[in-house]
Design a protein around this ligand. Sequence first.
Ligand SMILES: NC(=O)c1ccc[n+]([C@@H]2O[C@H](COP(=O)([O-])OP(=O)(O)OC[C@H]3O[C@@H](n4cnc5c(N)ncnc54)[C@H](O)[C@@H]3O)[C@@H](O)[C@H]2O)c1
Length: 254
Amino acid sequence: MTFDFSGKTAIVTGAASGIGRAIAIGLAKAGAHVVASDVHVDNLLQLKQELMNEQVCIDIQACDVSEQQEVQDMFSHPALAKGLDILIHSAGITFAKHVTETSINEYRSLIETNLSGTFYCLQHAVSRMKEHGASGSIIVVSSINAHRPLPDQAVYSSTKAAIESLAQSLAVEVAPWGIRVNCLAPGAVNTPLLRDAMPPAAELSKKSPGTPIPIGYMGEPEDMVGTAMFLASPLSSYMTGASLVVDGGLLLQR
Ligand SMILES: NC(=O)c1ccc[n+]([C@@H]2O[C@H](COP(=O)([O-])OP(=O)(O)OC[C@H]3O[C@@H](n4cnc5c(N)ncnc54)[C@H](O)[C@@H]3O)[C@@H](O)[C@H]2O)c1
């Protein structure tokens, strides 16, 4: 199936790596005008160059989503002059640590990036979408941890459960304006975030007989793109406040 996002403008946060990067590429290749944002500008520049080599154009924007002013600046990007149609909010961090070993600074960094960052992005996205009186689709990348927590990820799981709740509440508030808000909840996806937080998980990246993932292998970032595009497109026009789990069946096994 192919999607056509011609004439649509999208912001993708966390677009320098992993899931956000794959979705930014998918949307741009499907015709959307993509503003790819991240804290890692070098990686954004590399993404822009790679796409230019394929005659696909994107804008890039440095933005730390935990900084309210930077989020405000991102949503003032000139590409949004005619409005914003799609937000993919993928920026996020994690680490594996027992609750008793988690420092207050580590706790705060998870809350500020994963929860406050989501709040700032959703607030500004809705304002931009409403300003232009157009409908819009917001997709928040949460996690299966929002549905069933794992040990050593208590704070991370809390932030993901909180952003799912935030997305659901917002979905109710903005539905009358034609704006939809849904979550994409990945399972184990082969990205730097997972490899750094849980090094043994990287071994599941190839098909392996011992994998707990029913589909037989860890997801790749590209495995998230179809669901994100579906949620961004009119095909999901009657869906809001939903969380779509995309995990190869992993949740069923725990
Ligand atoms: N990889 C997985 O298995 C998995 C599973 C469930 C959920 N997720 C979620 O998917 C999202 C994307 O993660 P990923 O696996 O692609 O990881 P990733 O590390 O490959 O990409 C995350 C990106 O977010 C950016 N980022 C981090 N903090 C930021 C900040 N304060 N402001 C702006 N950008 C920031 C990073 O620079 C990076 O480019 C995250 O929200 C993560 O929690 C990932």
